[in-house]
Design a binder for this molecule. Structure first.
Ligand code: A2P
Length: 348
């Protein structure tokens, strides 16, 4: 007779989309609990037209919950995910907290749903940029194997949360009103936790998350390490450059791959057209290619600009676009819950 589900971080950029995805899911639902910080307690949000009061998150929030979706930052997951698991809840976590833990499946259902069988209460939703790349590359890996990946991303602001979106909108208004760049309010981007902040409006920032080893950012390391884990291939060569652009929603990626076996653009296009979760939009003669704006609100990953490299025989280029809040976060999470249900892996 249905699951009791909880959304942790229900008032946030991803939480809002989780509610929408739960409105559309075929997962049998009994009750939906909306949790956030004390700041939001008592706010009323709509679920299928009915008002639900937001409650303050505490460990006891999970007492009668079957599935909890966490999207309230890494420290909230750190503090409450195991409390939830101890109460018999299956946690689907959107933060990077548990992604690389050996016992935590890191899942894109189209790519590696079998990994769900190993779960011990927590399932990690991969990084948004990694998810859409995995969806697009899985059919090519099956077709011809992949030796090497070089990704350059053009990532939307909503991935940095609702406050970051407000900051960029405000900066844009100020610039259009004639304000000088040095006078703009910059408190959050590129990374709230870092020392310096720069405007993103009318700009492009080659920093997402903090800098880490080898002068790569943590976001770039997420794409590297998560790809190896999801593809179960520690040998695959992966490098990434992650860039924030003043797009509100949907990440775009330029992806270069080198295949192991010989293939062709036609075979790659054909394999992508047959794959789940992908829409191929690739007709240069008609100026057809994926666009961030067109993918907003869609669950699919859009692939186009499929080309052979001009010099490397087994090298190919792709342009991959998807809604970072949906397939990159809320939809992939709800899809994990649907898949757990189908595979009879939700412990009730
Ligand atoms: P709140 O709105 O009450 O601050 P975003 O990713 O858009 O910044 O959203 C973050 C989400 O995480 C919001 O729903 C926010 O709730 C929630 N959140 C942040 N910190 C906490 C916390 N300590 N406990 C519970 N929820 C939190």
């Amino acid at each position: 007779d249905g699951y009791n589900v909880a959304v942790v971080g229900a008032t946030g950029a991803v939480g809002t989309k989780l509610i929408e995805m739960l409105e559309q899911t075929n997962l049998p639902l009994k009750n939906v609990k909306l949790l956030a910080s004390q700041r939001s307690a008592g706010r009323k949000l709509l679920f299928k037209g009915a008002g639900i009061f937001v409650e303050e998150l505490t460990a006891d929030s999970f007492d009668d919950v079957d599935i909890a979706f966490f999207s309230a930052g890494g420290s909230t997951s750190q503090k409450f995910a195991s409390e939830a698991v101890n109460r018999g809840v299956v946690v689907i976590d959107n933060t990077s907290k548990f992604r690389m833990d050996k016992d935590t499946p890191l899942v894109v259902p189209e790519v590696n749903k079998e990994a769900l069988k190993q779960h011990q209460g927590i399932i990690a939703n991969p990084n948004c940029s990694t998810i859409q790349m995995m969806v697009a590359l899985k059919p090519i890996k099956e077709l011809a194997g992949i030796d090497r990946i070089i990704a350059s991303t053009y990532q939307a602001v909503s991935g940095a949360g609702a406050r970051a979106v407000e900051e960029v909108k405000q900066q844009s208004r100020e610039i259009l009103d004639g304000e000088l760049t040095e006078n703009l309010t910059t408190e959050i981007l590129p990374v709230a936790s870092d020392k310096k902040h720069y405007p993103l409006a009318f700009n492009a920032l080659a920093q997402i998350d903090e800098f880490a080893e080898e002068d790569y950012t943590k976001e770039e390391w997420k794409m590297v390490n998560e790809t190896k884990k999801i593809m179960e291939d520690s040998q695959i060569k992966v490098s990434a450059t992650c860039v924030r652009v003043p797009v509100i929603t949907s990440h775009s990626e330029s992806i270069y791959i080198e295949t192991i076996e010989q293939t062709s653009v036609d075979q790659i296009r054909d394999s992508l057209e047959k794959a789940p979760g992908i829409v191929v939009e690739d007709d240069p003669s008609q100026q057809v290619y994926p666009q961030a704006l067109n993918s907003v609100g869609k669950k699919e990953t859009f692939v186009g600009r499929i080309r052979q490299d001009l010099d490397i025989e087994d090298g190919y280029h792709l342009w991959v676009v998807s809604d970072n809040l949906l397939k990159g976060a809320a939809w992939n999470s709800v899809q994990i819950a649907e898949t757990l249900h189908e595979m009879d892996l939700v412990r009730v």
